[in-house]
Ligand binder design. Structure first.
Ligand code: HEM
Ligand code: HEM
Length: 189
């Protein structure tokens, strides 16, 4: 039931690995922040598809770039604070591990493909009007269309993964009545 955490061994001046049972506060904050930004980015594009809004696309891109930045923060935090293993049998832990890998994949692939389609398509990416990521001067239509197709079709993978992820959290909490959800929301210290 334990994961690992990286701590300083002051007496020996080196790192050691000890078990952790809960997510660190920083890990939890970064999970919640990236979850809100990711769901926000999806929601804005659903809004854009129904009502048509260029503002929605601009905010969408800014949220997406923040997800991209947080992704790396998350990797560093996991290496530093460690993270606990999923609750359940070894098979359930294996399934949870696969599901988390898939979530990590969309967390990086969605922003990367979005950024690539802008760069190849000759469109600058303005992040909340504060910072601009430039594009290539020359449009590369092949790369643009490839990334656009990928970005658009991956949205369905995102919807499926998120439904399964949120569904599994609710199932753990209300049916199995274990600490999976409480642990992620800090109710267990
Ligand atoms: C209402 C929304 C959400 C809820 C209730 C939720 C709940 C949880 C819970 C309870 C865990 C811990 C699982 C365990 O202990 O094994 C977890 C982990 C995780 N969640 Fe979510 N989640 C939500 C949204 C998201 C979103 C939108 C993403 C990314 C697209 C995401 C990505 C992850 C990842 C990668 C983990 C693995 C642990 C980590 O590295 O931090 N979650 N989530
Ligand atoms: C959290 C990460 C992201 C998610 C979940 C996401 C999701 C989506 C979705 C669902 C669409 C609608 C596709 C359709 O019309 O069928 C879309 C479109 C788009 N996204 Fe993203 N995206 C993300 C990040 C980004 C980033 C970082 C950029 C650019 C910097 C970006 C640029 C675009 C553009 C330009 C479109 C419009 C494509 C078009 O119809 O011409 N996205 N995105």
């Amino acid at each position: 039931m334990f994961g690992l955490v990286n701590v300083d061994c002051l007496d020996r001046g080196m790192k050691a690995w000890i078990p952790v049972e809960t997510f660190s506060r920083t890990n939890r904050v970064v999970h919640h922040l990236s979850a809100v930004l990711f769901i926000g980015a999806l929601f804005l594009m659903a809004y854009d598809q129904i009502f048509g809004s260029t503002d929605a696309l601009m905010v969408h891109q800014s949220l997406g770039v923040m997800v991209f930045v947080l992704y790396f923060g998350r990797i560093v935090l996991m290496a530093w604070f460690g993270k606990p293993k999923a609750i359940g049998t070894r098979f359930e832990q294996f399934l949870a591990h696969l599901a988390h890998l898939a979530l990590y994949s969309v967390l990086i692939l969605m922003p990367l493909s979005g950024l690539s389609l802008n760069i190849a398509g000759g469109e600058e990416t303005a992040i909340f009007g504060l910072l601009t990521i430039p594009s290539f001067d020359e449009v590369n239509l092949d790369v643009y269309l490839l990334m656009l197709g990928f970005h658009k079709s991956m949205q369905w993978v995102c919807y499926m993964l998120l439904s399964a992820h949120i569904g599994a959290s609710v199932f753990h909490h209300f049916v199995l009545k274990d600490a999976t959800l409480k642990r992620m929301f800090g109710a267990i210290k």
